[in-house]
Design a binder for this molecule. Structure first.
Ligand SMILES: *Cc1c(COP(=O)(O)O)cnc(C)c1O
Length: 190
């Protein structure tokens, strides 16, 4: 989770020169922060289980594409019989209505936590593209309109035991391998 930011237009240019289709996973940013198709990406996929449904109550994915690739993609999906269930559709439909306010609120909370962590004596590095010290800060700002609420940080020089105690000490953050809902989660990466 280093939050490396790809220079999308560079990749698209290289791909187009070589007649290669560009597919991008845009789960992290959602369509509100960035639209990859505007930068020449051909197919965009989203996990709707994250920000789009927003309440950790649906497992779903979304594929969007350009007019050129829509007919063959639709034909394939129809033939494969892939169809989202009614309950998941309802959850995503409801979630989308609050996507903007959820993203903004989460980004604001994250930026406060990022600032606190940046000065904390036991924190090594905070990795978030909103920090001017992040190597891809400029690339991020070239493509993305705003920030979201996901970031990472390293804890300086601690034993596994101390790290586990640290993780067990959180009162608000849950230990969970998921994000994009309304709960605050923390995931240890070993
Ligand atoms: C979680 C995640 C997925 C997978 O999503 P599910 O809906 O849980 O299958 C795909 N891409 C990214 C970037 C993710 O974070």
């Amino acid at each position: 989770m280093f939050f490396e930011v790809t220079d999308i237009e560079f990749v698209v240019n290289q791909a187009q020169k070589n007649n290669i289709l560009v597919v991008m996973d845009n789960t992290w940013s959602t369509p509100l922060l960035m639209n990859p198709i505007k930068h020449g990406v051909d197919v965009v996929i989203h996990s709707a289980s994250k920000y789009l449904s927003g309440h950790s109550d649906a497992v779903a994915g979304i594929i969007t594409t350009t007019e050129k690739y829509f007919p063959p993609l639709r034909k394939y999906l129809m033939m494969a019989g892939i169809c989202l269930g009614g309950e998941e559709s309802f959850s995503i439909y409801k979630g989308l209505k609050t996507l903007g306010v959820r993203l903004d609120t989460q980004a604001n909370s994250a930026s406060k936590i990022i600032e606190l962590l940046s000065y904390h004596p036991h924190v090594g590095t905070v990795l978030a593209p909103q920090l001017i010290t992040h190597p891809d800060h400029c690339t991020y700002n070239k493509y993305y309109k705003k920030y979201n609420g996901v970031f990472s940080f390293s804890v300086a020089c601690v034993s596994d035991k101390k790290r586990d105690e640290f993780l067990a000490g959180f009162k608000i953050f849950k230990l969970a391998y998921g994000w994009g809902g309304v709960d605050s989660c923390i995931i240890p990466l070993h």
